[in-house]
Design a protein around this ligand. Structure first.
Ligand code: C2E
Ligand code: MG
Ligand code: MG
Ligand code: MG
Length: 292
């Protein structure tokens, strides 16, 4: 058809159709090199407990320090990594680096008599369903001797329900390793809540989009209240992500949310900065979390 049909030919080979494909090829080649050349980095965003008013740990967020493009956010290259299968190697690198960093922080904390910090790592659907994730997690923990309960894996709902039977088996094996499991972006999917809460998870991360509407948007407030009430009954912890204002923080406190994370406290920062600012510090309560 492309030979005879002019219009079809033009459409197939027009510049604007070709561009995204080329772009993706470049990205994929670049990404392969990035992994080999050490251009990937983990940034860390602190997570705070509402009750203890203390730093409990940090979420590892992947960044690509590209020689020409600058700092590339994960949303721009993780989809390419997933489509090309590179996510497997990248995911293994992330787990290795995050457990290494956490063990280093905790050596410093132990020397100061401070409590150990937890590290949270994102695991995407394709990692959960296509790769030897359990072995990869076990290898990272063993390599850096990080106690398993100090590693939390953030799984997405779509990752779990894509292949529910397999997903549950993987979750049970991860649970047996002793790592903590969280459901990320909670509330954004379409799976039944009763199904999700029957999974062997420890915490639910309320999606940023619900937090953003607090306290004014009644529907967002209702969702957040419902998640917190359900979690309390089920003995799960609730983490709110994307907390940007005092008003949001107060609302989350009143609804009984256990942990908070967001620009109000700190943006994600390079590992060395996290270590400098947050590790081996005297255990004082965060000023935003003190009082009522
Ligand atoms: P996520 O796990 O839901 O991470 C939260 C995102 O919200 C992060 O974006 C974080 O920088 C941003 N954020 C945190 N607090 C605030 C806030 O107060 N306001 C606003 N506006 N944003 C806030 P980031 O770092 O661009 O990551 C985007 C997504 O990429 C993550 O969403 C996660 O799904 C994925 N991702 C990041 N690192 C990894 C990784 O190592 N592996 C995998 N598979 N996915 C990753
Ligand atoms: Mg996350
Ligand atoms: Mg999230
Ligand atoms: Mg998200």
């Amino acid at each position: 058809a492309a030979k005879g049909g002019g219009r079809m030919g033009v459409q197939l080979f027009s510049a604007d159709m070709e561009a995204p494909v080329l772009e993706r090829l470049h990205l994929e080649t670049d990404l392969r090199r990035a992994l080999a050349e050490g251009e990937l980095m983990l940034w860390y965003q602190p997570q705070w407990s509402m009750d203890g008013r203390r730093l409990v740990g940090a979420e590892a967020l992947l960044r690509w320090n590209h020689p020409h493009r600058g700092l590339v956010p994960p949303g721009q290259f993780i989809p390419v990594a997933e489509a090309s299968g590179l996510i497997r190697e990248i995911g293994a690198w992330v787990l290795d680096q995050a457990t290494r960093d956490a063990q280093a922080w905790n050596a410093a904390n132990a020397a100061q008599g401070a409590a150990p910090l937890r590290v949270a790592v994102n695991v995407s659907a394709s990692q959960l369903n296509r790769s030897d994730i359990v072995e990869t997690v076990a290898a990272a923990l063993a390599a850096h001797r990080l106690p398993p309960h100090l590693l939390e894996l953030e799984l997405t709902e779509s990752g779990i329900v894509e292949n529910p039977e397999h997903g549950l088996q993987v979750l049970l094996r991860l649970q047996a390793l002793g790592v903590r499991l969280a459901i990320d972006d909670f509330g954004t999917g379409f799976s039944s809540l009763s199904y999700l809460t029957r999974l062997p998870v420890h915490s639910l991360k309320i999606d940023r989009s619900f937090v953003a509407g607090l306290p004014a948007a009644q529907s967002d407030l209702a969702v957040v209240q419902a998640i917190c009430a359900m979690a309390r009954k089920l003995g799960l912890q609730v983490v709110a992500e994307g907390v940007e204002t005092q008003a949001q923080l107060q609302t989350l406190k009143h609804t009984g949310c256990d942990m908070v994370q967001g620009f109000l406290f700190a943006k994600p920062m390079p590992a060395h900065e996290f270590r400098q600012r947050c590790v081996a510090q005297p255990a004082t309560a965060h000023p935003l979390l003190s009082g009522s």
